[in-house]
Each structure stands twice: as structure tokens, then as C-alpha cells.
Design a protein around this ligand. Structure first.
Ligand SMILES: C[S@@+](CC[C@H](N)C(=O)[O-])C[C@H]1O[C@@H](n2cnc3c(N)ncnc32)[C@H](O)[C@@H]1O
Length: 233
């Protein structure tokens, strides 16, 4: 899977507006978007909040989340806002190999689009938080942004309840959709833990199943991808 390995940290990114009005980033060199062009917020809500966070919240009061590919921080923001209703104790580790510049982050319209009174403040806190150190975003939400390639991190086993697997697509970055990396994801999830992702490609499903994940296909975001995926350990 995948045709080349991303090495450049200086990829050019352009801000685009997706179908639900929320911004995303386009990387011309890779011909790849950071989110679904059908709607960044809609995608995050469906794939990671509805099928991941809300599902895991049904039987947990304390939730440890790992995000693979933090990018703009939209999934962190959506999770922190959803938690204002859920009121769980969340530890969120967000891994990013190529952090975005403040100049770009400051132009993103998520806080305006979400119309939530805390959105702006939380989005700013996410990006002001230091790298590689824990930051208290809210009373119930601790964020650690980890600047490293996911492949290079040594995790202790069975520590996460939920993984948001939000890497670039397999066609662009095949090295992140391999059996080897999925074995690592499986080992760091607690039994019953969940991996959510937008990709339902046959090769990806098979690679996840080979590692022991039970695969569930679910309806995608309205107006977007037909199906998205939840893997359960
Ligand atoms: C599809 S975008 C993620 C979008 C992001 N979740 C958001 O809401 O903006 C993929 C992200 O993975 C990051 N990435 C690429 N290679 C990586 C690696 N080896 N380890 C961790 N992150 C990586 C990219 O820089 C990019 O931010």
C-alpha cells in the first residue's frame, strides 16, 4: 500500500473550505486533504465522536485517547467540547510528526463554525499547549501533544481505551496502514478498546483483522463517505 514515504517537514498547505463550511488543509505535493472535503466537522463528529468517544463513554468514566495525526487539532477540540456534556475524565495523547505553524492555525474557522461558547478558548489552549508535556485543557481534560512519528514511539501496553486513527490515506502514506503498525495499536489498547478511522479499504480491514481487531463498518457522515470503520479489541 502507498507509493512513497513522507519525509518533508516543509510541505506546503493551503486552506480550503469543505462542504459543511469548515476549513481543511490541502497538500498539493501529495494531492491530499487533512479532512473529508464533504465536511471536516461532520467527519470528525461521525468518525471520532459518535463512533469512538460516545461509544466508549457508554461504559467508562475515565477515558485514555490516542490520536494518530493531530494536524489542525480539530479532533481534540471536538472531543473537549463533547466532554462538556459527557463529563468524563479524559487523558488525550495527540501524536503529530509535522506540527503546523501558528500562522496557519490562527486562520482556521473551527471555533466560528462550531458556535460553541468555549470553542475559541479551547482551540487556542490546544495550540498554546507545550509539546511533549501534559497540559490541563479543562478540569476534566489533560492533553499531551507528542511531536514524533508514531512509528518511533515506544508505548507501554494496554493503556488506551480509544484510538483516533487519522493518518493521511493509504494511497498517500501506506507505511502508516500496515500490519506492523496495527499490531502496535492493538497492543496499546486495553481489552475492549476501540480504534476509529475513516478508511474502509479492503487491505486496511484485513490488516486490522490479522492483528485481532473485530471490524465493524458503520454509516459514514451525512453527505460524505458511505462507510467508516470501528475496530474493537
Ligand atoms: C489526515 S491528517 C490529520 C488531520 C487531523 N486529525 C486534523 O483534524 O487536522 C494526517 C496527519 O498525520 C500527520 N502525520 C504524518 N505522518 C505522521 C507520522 N508518521 N506520525 C504521526 N503523524 C503523522 C500529518 O502531518 C497530518 O497532520
Amino acid at each position: 500500500m502507498g507509493s512513497f514515504v513522507i519525509k518533508a517537514t516543509d510541505l506546503k498547505r493551503e486552506i480550503i473550505t469543505t462542504a459543511d463550511g469548515s476549513h481543511s488543509l490541502y497538500v498539493p505535493e501529495l494531492d491530499e486533504h487533512y479532512h473529508s472535503y464533504h465536511g471536516s466537522i461532520k467527519e470528525s463528529q461521525r468518525v471520532f465522536i459518535d463512533l469512538g468517544l460516545n461509544y466508549v463513554s457508554e461504559n467508562h468514566e475515565t477515558i485514555a485517547i490516542l490520536e494518530v495525526g493531530m494536524g489542525t487539532g480539530l479532533n481534540v477540540l471536538m472531543t473537549a467540547l463533547a466532554n462538556e456534556g459527557l463529563k468524563k475524565n479524559i487523558r488525550y495523547d495527540a501524536v503529530e510528526a509535522f506540527p503546523l505553524e501558528d500562522e496557519l492555525l490562527n486562520q482556521l474557522n473551527y471555533a466560528d463554525q462550531l458556535l460553541h461558547p468555549s470553542a475559541k478558548e479551547i482551540f487556542e489552549s490546544i495550540h498554546q499547549a507545550p509539546w511533549n508535556d501534559a497540559a490541563q485543557l479543562t478540569d476534566l481534560f489533560t492533553l499531551t501533544k507528542i511531536e514524533a512519528p508514531i512509528e518511533a514511539i515506544d508505548f507501554s501496553p494496554e493503556q488506551y481505551d480509544l484510538i483516533y486513527f487519522d493518518a493521511f490515506a493509504p494511497e498517500v502514506q501506506g507505511e502508516l496502514w500496515t500490519s506492523e503498525l496495527f499490531a502496535k495499536m492493538y497492543s496499546i489498547l486495553k481489552p475492549g478498546g476501540v480504534l476509529s478511522t475513516y478508511c474502509v479499504k479492503g487491505d486496511v480491514k484485513r490488516a486490522l483483522q490479522e492483528q485481532g481487531f473485530t471490524i465493524e463498518k458503520h454509516k459514514g457522515p451525512e453527505g460524505g463517505k458511505r462507510e467508516v470503520l470501528r475496530g474493537v479489541k
